[in-house]
Design a protein around this ligand. Structure first.
Ligand SMILES: [Zn+2]
Ligand SMILES: [Zn+2]
Length: 197
């Protein structure tokens, strides 16, 4: 788990809350999250590392995608309203399966490549790949999630694979880690000494 977050969730959240309040449809947590899943699967994703990234780009993203998110939420709210699932008390989680698929695929692929395996580079590669692939948001129980994950992993998907290699190449060209410090301990020492003066 790399602790990645999709900035688009904030935009969808806002759109869904507004639409449910205005339409008078049930706004319970389950109906809200089911509507969120439908909306998010039709929007592009913008993943980033929750621990490191400042909230840049959020306003820009909202300005650009909120109108689209609202019209998707209008349709999604009607779909959920027709077949609400709030009567079951199963515990569930709103999650994007693609995150698990991409993280576990990279764990298999990366050791076979010359890609840098530091936390910064791996998170950048996974985020890059996620933003190129479709989201698979669902509200489901944990057990069901893992069953479906296995199914999804079993199918060969050339498009997904080509996105993974694009991600590796992209991060290789645009490394954001402190290369000298990480790969050359002597450079780190010198840097420390010079800052002490
Ligand atoms: Zn409800
Ligand atoms: Zn790195």
């Amino acid at each position: 788990m790399l602790g990645l977050k999709n900035r688009m969730e904030t935009v969808a959240q806002k759109a869904v809350s507004d639409v449910l309040a205005e339409s008078g449809h049930c706004a319970c947590q389950r109906c809200h999250d089911d509507t969120m899943a439908l909306v998010l699967n039709q929007l592009p994703s913008r993943y980033y590392r929750a621990s490191s990234d400042p909230a840049v780009e959020a306003d820009e993203l909202e300005a650009r995608y909120l109108p689209q998110a609202r019209s998707l939420a209008d349709e999604a709210a009607v779909t959920v309203h027709k077949a609400p699932r709030h009567d079951t008390d199963e515990s569930y989680q709103l999650m994007n399966y693609s995150v698990q698929i991409v993280e576990s695929s990279f764990a298999d692929i990366l050791p076979l490549t010359k890609a840098c395996l530091c936390a910064v580079c791996v998170a950048d590669m996974v985020s890059y790949a996620l933003d190129q692939l479709d989201c698979k948001y669902v509200c489901t129980t944990r057990g069901a999630a893992f069953t479906q994950l296995e199914e999804l992993r079993a199918e060969p998907d050339p498009h997904r694979l080509s996105v993974f290699f694009q991600a590796i190449a992209y991060v290789n060209r645009n490394r954001r880690h402190k290369q000298d410090v990480e790969q050359n301990p002597i450079a780190e020492q010198n840097e420390n000494q010079s800052t002490r003066h």
